[in-house]
Design a protein around this ligand. Sequence first.
Ligand code: HPA
Length: 274
Amino acid sequence: MTDESARIATAADAIRSRLEGRRPAALLVLGSGLGGFADRLEQPVRIPWAEIPGFPPPTVPGHDGVLVLGRVGGREVLAQAGRFHMYEGHPAQVVALPVRVAAALGAGTLLVTNAAGGVRRTFAPGALMLIADHLNLTGRNPLIGLVLPGEERFPDMSAAYDPGLRAVARAVARAHGIALEEGVYEGLLGPTYETPAEVRMLERLGADAVGMSTVMEVIAARARGLRCLGISTITNLAAGISASPLSHAEVMETAARVRDDFGRLLEGILARLD
Ligand code: HPA
């Protein structure tokens, strides 16, 4: 067994011992300012990262650092409030660890959310964007190294964001009267926000939104055959598109403003997972 497989198995065993036989159907990763959704789960079992071997402590304000197993929309879901980022100094494998652990616990779906800057010029802060595809410009990949058991060496990424789940998300948004855009998410390392020149470059590359997360998690999930759905909250216009400087406070404020629509959308999607 490789060190990484041992780490995944140890964390999964520690979590499983707390779940009383319950099995999550999906892992729901809650991005910056969106962690409050975990409070909506019924019959919750809360497991702080500090109690999970191999999970480093959180370092970013607004990222809670807890896993919550609970029921929502009639489904057992493992919600991850907060995540690991490479800008905190974590290797890609640590960023992808919760996904691999959730897969080991039986989850077949990854629902990933994030806060992102709007690159598409028609986006307004507060818009919700279904991720149609991503650009991985981090230069990193969680699959580098030995192939882990249950993973593929060369995973196909041509439909990384599941077309069926995206259709469900659009239908739920329509039914609730929630505006849902769709576009390409650009994943960068951070932690600096982009320069205006970088944002112009991203625009030319085909990005609609930019952030510092998500791509490692989706890559690891695809390597294990999980179906993925991603939703970005456009918390601000990317640098140079708006005249005002970017701040983490603005990101958190906008995420709080869209909480209700975001919650209804997620709950509706979870209720319709097969
Ligand atoms: N850039 C990168 N990451 C982000 C942004 C941004 O403008 N907003 C929220 N996360």
